[in-house]
Design a protein around this ligand. Sequence first.
Ligand SMILES: *[C@@H]1O[C@H](CO)[C@@H](O)[C@H](O)[C@H]1NC(C)=O
Ligand SMILES: *[C@@H]1O[C@H](CO)[C@@H](O)[C@H](O)[C@H]1NC(C)=O
Ligand SMILES: *[C@@H]1O[C@H](CO)[C@@H](O)[C@H](O)[C@H]1NC(C)=O
Ligand SMILES: *[C@@H]1O[C@H](CO)[C@@H](O)[C@H](O)[C@H]1NC(C)=O
Ligand SMILES: CC(=O)N[C@H]1CO[C@H](CO)[C@@H](O)[C@@H]1O
Length: 397
Amino acid sequence: MVYRKLNGGRSTLARKPNETMRVFITICVGIMFGFFIGVSFPTFPLTKLNITSALLHDFAVMGNKSTAISTETIQNISTKNQVVKDVTKIWVPSNPKGAEMLPPGILASESDLYLRRLWGTPSEDLANKPKYLVTFTVGYDQRNNIDAAVKKFSENFTILLFHYDGRTTEWDDFEWSKRAIHISARKQTKWWYAKRFLHPDIVAPYDYIFIWDEDLGVEHFDAEEYIKLVRKHGLEISQPGLEPTRSTTWQMTKKRDDREVHKETKEKPGWCSSPHLPPCAAFVEIMAPVFSRDAWRCVWHLIQNDLVHGWGLDFALQKCVEPPHEKIGVVDAQWIVHQTVPSLGNQGQPEDGKAPWQGVRLRCRREWDMFKTRLQNAEKSYFKSIGVDPSNSTGRS
Ligand SMILES: *[C@@H]1O[C@H](CO)[C@@H](O)[C@H](O)[C@H]1NC(C)=O
Ligand SMILES: *[C@@H]1O[C@H](CO)[C@@H](O)[C@H](O)[C@H]1NC(C)=O
Ligand SMILES: *[C@@H]1O[C@H](CO)[C@@H](O)[C@H](O)[C@H]1NC(C)=O
Ligand SMILES: *[C@@H]1O[C@H](CO)[C@@H](O)[C@H](O)[C@H]1NC(C)=O
Ligand SMILES: CC(=O)N[C@H]1CO[C@H](CO)[C@@H](O)[C@@H]1O
């Protein structure tokens, strides 16, 4: 950095051969070293002056040999080096934005959700560090269902509950509740919590992150087995197969009986613009998604702060992995039941004589449109900015 600064200011040098440059740099380093010593031992200012002036003298002799670098120039450089005083202050441009003044060795850019104790040696706090994270967005009325679900997740999981009804302490009736993390904010949605509390740097230690609804039946599901299959089939974004019911809308997420995992399906004619595109492939729903660490790092950025219901997100997840039709899939061998109990959907405001759930549903639809429009516009302006017409490529919708 210092070299660059000095070189930048030296037009005389630019014309000179490499050797001069080398000598020059050596001298500069010498000067700086001298300066550093001077600053390090401020009680001996004369030492500093002497070293500097001795170097300047040497430099003048060498400069005479091959060039017209004058003592005045050197003095100018020397003056500029007063700025280099800042070398004793830390500035690391490669540090995260805002933390440039800290030495890289002290930066703790990532965190975790591990609970620590208040005494003893920090390095001995954690008996085990769970490698997976599961979150449920819950109301207390669904406690028995959540209790059943949590028991399908081993001690290798950190359990995080987002409470939308403000009731948290009651959960301590469950033994596992004391090792769980509880976050409470009234009447918010899963994606609202996820955006605020699951920043990729916070959940960085977890290989896989489950962001699940509260109304899932998990009788035929085991989380460790699920992860084995996800690893085996290279799924970055996945969900367990859904037992087919009347409310199962998409073919893709229906459980199949003849395989461990499926990554594509057939939909009704005209529903898929390509067999590799949602909802025929590269598609999971938003009720029970599982993300790898890397996929989540992308998806977190895709979640909009104001579009809290996450509608349309399922169609866009494919933007976050490559190739999506191979890295997004449904695990059939570990499957769940979507019980569709009325929960947060019932917590809207009655408006214009409409039931609360209607207001919520209306907002969901509206958000879906807004999300689609935002994404399309963002893509358009990106391609425009680099002068490419994406309609000419084999781009994804
Ligand atoms: C500079 O070089 C010239 C001849 O090359 C020499 O006569 C003169 O003494 C030199 N000056 C210094 C300061 O070394
Ligand atoms: C040295 O700096 C002074 C004032 O900053 C400037 O006027 C002079 O031209 C500089 N000399 C050289 C050789 O760069
Ligand atoms: C937890 O993870 C460890 C290490 O991967 C594994 O050996 C153990 O079997 C896991 N626990 C369960 C209950 O599967
Ligand atoms: C798209 O491709 C066609 C044929 O390859 C070409 O003629 C046309 O100029 C392209 N359009 C743009 C905007 O690149
Ligand atoms: C304090 C000190 O060491 N001063 C010395 C600086 O250098 C000149 C000559 O290079 C000496 O004469 C001084 O004694």
